[in-house]
Design a protein around this ligand. Sequence first.
Ligand code: PEP
Ligand code: MN
Length: 370
Amino acid sequence: MKRAEIKSLSLEEWNLGFSHPLIIAGPCGVESEDQIHKVAHELKGSKVQLMRGGIWKPRTRPDSFQGIGKDGLRWLKEAGFENNLPVTVEVAHPRHVEEAVATGIDVLWIGARTTVNPFLVQEIADALKGIDIPVMVKNPINPDLELWIGALERLSRAGITKLAAIHRGFSSSEKSRYRNVPQWQIPIELKRRLPAMPLICDPSHISGNRNLISSISQTALDLNYDGLMIEVHTDPDHALSDREQQLTPEAFLKILEELIVRQPLVDDVIFLSLLEELHDRIDKIDEEILVLMAERMRVAREIGQYKKENNMTILQVERWTEILRTRLQSGLTKELSNEFIVRLYELIHQESIEHQTQVMNTTESTDHSQ
Ligand code: PEP
Ligand code: MN
């Protein structure tokens, strides 16, 4: 895949006094002048370095709270200013950019429902030309890394150098404990492709549920994310949006206290040599896995040949059901999760089918017409 050319400064270089990890907190939506002042006051002096508050809310249904609108910008800015907190707001339209910049909002973010729309992202990027403001881009609601990178690219080409990516999870039609499934491999791939791009996790929109926020936040920190964006409301149960996932300042500050920030690299020689040894073991195991996979596919091709000669279909559902059942059972005693076994075997089975299809299509066809 073509490497995207995106220059991005580190969070420390945004000149807002940020240090690792960047903690962003505040309500889903600004609801009143009083509410945002109360939140700001509670966050003052904590590890929070940037306060969030949605003014224009992209809601699924037209009858839901659509955001307080333009007045809220000033309330947010003033509440931040009085409590020594820079502030950030979601923009979904060039007009939002204009109004947010005019009010002195410090950082902008583009929401998941906007990132999916390249026309809109381009219009926002055009409106930002010549303005030196940091912009954070949430992943699109669908698991499409290219679309996410594409939005960052559009902003980068408009001259924005202070960029960050926010991982807020992905919509799924499958039943899940998450409101938006994290699919951690997607932000990890973003980090591989754009190593300098700051990456922030939004556990509130991933979880949709305040009980999961602590564990998702810790996972993100352990994956070396650069920051967290968490929704905090003084009265979550009466919030006008995202009630279940917002935390009281008290609960939020307790979670912050308990989070462990680990270092990606350490210089302890003994630890490093131990790590190297473990990496060596993993490398060897991976090689063994690949040799075994190759062997498994060779056998699958033999089966394909046999099926072809006997005019049998490639897929026998009973056999596939049996494979899954027995592998799941075997996984139980090996500390391997059901989810992993299912995903692994779906992949292996698909690959086997592809090998067998090739055999079916490339060997001389048997004449069954007589
Ligand atoms: C939000 O941050 O409140 C929001 C609307 O998030 P998302 O764009 O991730 O849905
Ligand atoms: Mn929200």
